[in-house]
Design a protein. Structure first.
Length: 50
């Protein structure tokens, strides 16, 4: 599994988990984590495209 696939998997897991729980703070933290992973993917993908 390459880095982008790993980060995508991490983001997707966090988003799925956020849909299943009811604690607002945990949901916020999970979605923030997922966003960070997606930003990392954009940075890595941008470096590979350049």
């Amino acid at each position: 599994m390459n880095t982008i696939q790993y980060l995508e998997d991490q983001a997707a897991r966090a988003e799925r988990l956020a849909k299943r729980i009811t604690d607002a703070l945990t949901i916020e933290r999970l979605l923030s984590f997922a966003g960070e992973r997606r930003r990392e993917i954009e940075v890595i993908a941008g470096k590979r495209s350049a």
